[in-house]
Design a protein around this ligand. Structure first.
Ligand code: BGC
Length: 369
């Protein structure tokens, strides 16, 4: 499976290069106004995770470089505003609308209208649920993200060893309105459930369902509040879990803030996971006393390129095409899906993955190492 994804990733880079070359040579001729396409990019949150600002900027720059007009909008997790915004994009003549939904279930009727106007809908990162009116899904291997987090905890605590030691764990994930959370949670649980069953791992709070562990709005503050509450109610003074599964970096940051406030970490933090390779979390990971243990890096340059390549092929550029992988089912239809691969990052490989690849500058972290 991973090999398929890797191969697809390499093909995509090749096709992107072809697309850019093809479109650049076309740019020299004067494109008739009616051939210029406007693309709407409706993103959910600019504030919960840094990645969304980068995602938007990346896609806009690539599309504008290929002579598309772009309407990029954020709604700060406001469902009603996102609906209005997408309607506005339809009315201003967008041919394609790329959507990261605040709530994947809330846009059905708006998408039906868009379909009626012949607009192509691309779900970005989060699937649009329970609607026949979504054409494509560009995302990451969401189940794989959860599996990588669960696997990291399994290895870090050496859960497979025959030693009789038992360990404690707490779970923190995202809101149910984000379909990705099902995959993140399920993927992590698939790695850890055997140890919960055998008693090698225990959950002092007893909170093990996605609903109980879901952090509303993926908010740092909400994660911090829940962690403080768990410590107060279920842990002796100065004690804490051996591991905390956090589905993303924002949630991990909130959890770490709560641990720091309660004191008692004594220079040693639990095994804490994350996702997105946000700068703040990378700093936690590479600090002399690391608080976060790992993050799952999703190279959003690749997903942005996939969107742009796809839009090129929709516009009829025969050299730009995408090799779709296993489709995701959205409750109504199987949606053509391209899922980019993800990489585990910790203190051992952060430079190679994040700096050498040009994703961040070394100077972003000069105080740390
Ligand atoms: C994305 C994550 C992000 C989270 C919060 C999820 O849908 O897949 O990358 O951390 O939303 O913004």
């Amino acid at each position: 499976m991973k090999n398929v994804v890797n191969k697809a990733g390499r093909m995509l880079v090749l096709f992107s290069a072809l697309l850019i070359t093809a479109c650049n040579s076309k740019n020299n001729q004067d494109e008739p106004a009616q051939d210029r396409w406007k693309i709407g990019i409706a993103l959910s949150d600019e504030n919960t995770s840094d990645r969304w600002r980068l995602d938007g900027a990346n896609m806009k720059a690539l599309l504008e470089g290929l002579d598309f007009d772009v309407d990029l909008q954020y709604v700060n997790r406001d469902i009603a505003k996102q609906r209005t915004q997408i309607e506005a994009m339809m009315n201003e003549g967008c041919k394609v609308i790329v959507i990261t939904a605040v709530d994947g279930n809330s846009l059905g009727d708006v998408l039906a209208k868009a379909k009626g106007k012949g607009i192509t809908i691309i779900a970005y990162d989060r699937l649009l649920m329970n609607t026949p009116d979504v054409d494509y899904y560009i995302t990451f291997d969401n189940l794989g993200v959860g599996e990588q987090q669960g696997e990291y905890i399994r290895k870090a605590l050496k859960l497979e060893s025959a030693e009789p030691t038992t360990y404690t764990i707490e779970f923190f994930t995202g809101p149910e309105s984000d379909n990705n959370v099902n995959f993140y949670f399920q993927g992590a649980m698939s790695m850890l459930q055997p140890y919960l069953d055998s008693g090698k791992l225990t959950v002092p709070s007893g909170q093990k369902t996605m609903q109980e562990c879901g952090i509303a709005d993926w908010s740092i503050t909400n994660a911090k509040n829940r962690m403080s509450q768990l410590i107060n109610e279920y842990y002796f003074t100065g004690s804490m879990p051996d591991a905390i599964l956090c589905s993303n970096d924002a949630v991990a940051q909130g959890v770490i803030q709560a641990l720091d406030e309660k004191g008692g970490t004594d220079g040693k933090y639990p095994v804490i996971t994350g996702q997105d390779a946000e700068k703040a979390s990378v700093r936690y990971i590479i600090a002399p006393t690391p608080s976060q243990s790992m993050t799952v890096f999703k190279d959003i340059r690749t997903s942005a390129r996939a969107v742009v390549t796809l839009i090129g092929s929709i516009k009829g550029n025969s050299q730009a095409s995408i090799q779709f992988g296993t489709p995701y089912h959205n409750g109504v239809i199987n949606v053509k899906t391209y899922a980019c691969e993800t990489t585990v990052v910790d203190a051992s490989n952060w430079k190679e993955v994040l700096i050498d690849s040009g994703y961040y500058l070394a100077s972003d972290f000069t105080d740390e190492k």
